[in-house]
Design a protein around this ligand. Structure first.
Ligand code: SF4
Length: 414
């Protein structure tokens, strides 16, 4: 085994969406929750344009807009929040869980949303629980919104019944189709598994010393810390991306529950073979291609491992906003010592990428167009967060997301 990949800190300016973006997938996942952003018109536009492609009869997010009077301290913003929340709950009695989501403007005026949430939970007790978290772009990158949201849930979760036997908590929002596949697999293995966030009754998932945590997403540092504070124990594992990533992830959970490896082999044999077959088709396109990652979602080390290990791509550079070794340690072991650039100043990385001219650059929307104009093929990092990519059945689709821009480049070159 090679030494784990070194992590090089390269702090500087980044070009990444803020944590409010997480609402786009979280409001689809937690069906009885509502997300009320306390922010500016800019925040409202961000959420609406990011989520605008999804049509709902009754949306489960909104923005309470801070006007100039609020920002100048001329109005009592706490009173305003009480009024807006009371009106919302009156109109939407189905809301069981309400998140007050902080933003740059609410942080700048030091609006205490935790205090508001406590007060509103008391005022609407028995009907709606109110929690708060921050999606402010001052502090968070876009996947950290999910981390902040789940971390706010953890202290509210009930303790398990005394003497409850160990169970598995899979943590991180997954597309429903992926969650169902994993639920079936764990069931087949005889592992009692629950998911956080759960689709409904998000506040009813018990957590305690009998809980074993298997992260489904790598960007959940604060959530993991909050779960460990409740006594839960982390199962370190690579992430379930690709045939081998998913195999290692399932095996790590099975080991924690004492399941024999032959039982695991039997359960995963067919889906794993299907994943390998789907990947073989893409390997001809992606093998040998040079890929660079700008820091965006924190999925970068896992995606790079998948491309290198399962599709024979050459990794030019891995940038990631943060690299928590507790969580990413097993991925760092599989990257053949390739360095991870944590933080990664955007201007310095742009210089390196322009010099290296990779075949594919995975980056945020803001960088993609200029790089395309310079003749570099790009992949929007955000698509990899919005798409169902985890698990055996999705391995081929994940590879396809990388193959598509390469195929487009080849067509344009003809
Ligand atoms: S939270 Fe900040 S970065 Fe995000 S949309 Fe609002 S103002 Fe912009």
């Amino acid at each position: 085994m090679t030494a784990p990949s070194p992590v090089i800190r390269d702090p500087g300016q980044r070009a990444v969406f803020c944590g409010l973006t997480g609402i786009v997938w979280l409001h689809r996942k937690i069906e009885d929750a509502f997300f009320l952003v306390v922010g500016s018109r800019t925040c409202a536009h961000l959420i609406q344009s990011a989520a605008g492609v999804m049509i709902f009869a009754e949306p489960r997010f909104a923005t309470a807009i801070l006007e100039e009077r609020d920002l100048a301290g001329m109005a009592d913003a706490q009173e305003e929040i009480d009024r807006v929340v009371a009106r919302l709950i009156e109109r939407r009695p189905d809301i069981r869980l309400l998140f007050l989501v902080g933003s740059c403007p609410s942080e700048v005026i030091k609006l205490d949303l935790a205090k508001a949430a406590e007060r509103l939970s008391r005022a609407h007790a028995g009907r709606t629980r109110v929690l708060s978290w921050s999606g402010s772009g001052i502090e968070t990158t876009f996947t950290q919104g999910e981390d902040a949201c789940l971390a706010s849930l953890v202290p509210e979760l009930p303790a398990p019944l005394a003497g409850a036997s160990p169970d598995l908590l899979v943590v991180g929002a997954l597309a429903d189709v992926v969650e169902d596949q994993f639920a079936r697999l764990f069931d087949q293995l005889g592992i009692p598994a629950r998911f956080l966030p759960s689709r409904r009754a998000a506040l009813e998932t018990p957590v305690g010393a009998n809980t074993r945590v298997l992260l489904a997403q790598p960007f959940l540092s604060d959530t993991l810390t909050a779960l460990e504070r409740r006594g839960a124990r982390h199962i370190p594992a690579p992430f379930p991306l690709g045939a081998e990533g998913t195999t290692a992830w399932i095996r790590a959970a099975a080991r924690a529950f004492g399941i024999a490896s032959e039982v695991v082999d039997g359960a995963i044999e067919l889906p794993r073979a299907r994943a390998h077959k789907a990947l073989a088709r893409q390997r001809t396109r992606i093998g040998g291609q040079r890929v660079a990652f700008f820091p965006d979602s924190q999925l970068e080390p896992s995606l790079a491992r998948f491309l290198k290990e399962e599709l024979n791509a050459q990794i030019v550079e891995i940038g990631t906003p943060y690299c928590d070794r507790r969580i990413l340690g097993p991925e760092l072991q599989r990257l053949d010592g390739l360095p991870i650039h944590e933080g990664n100043d955007v201007n310095r990385q742009l210089d390196r990428v322009r010099a290296a001219r990779p075949d594919l650059t995975v980056c945020g929307l803001g960088l993609a167009n200029p790089l395309e104009a310079e003749g570099l093929s790009t992949k929007w990092a955000i698509e990899l967060v919005f798409s169902p990519i985890q698990g055996f059945e999705q391995a081929g689709d994940l590879a396809e997301l990388f193959a598509r821009p390469l195929a487009r480049r080849d067509r344009l070159a003809v």
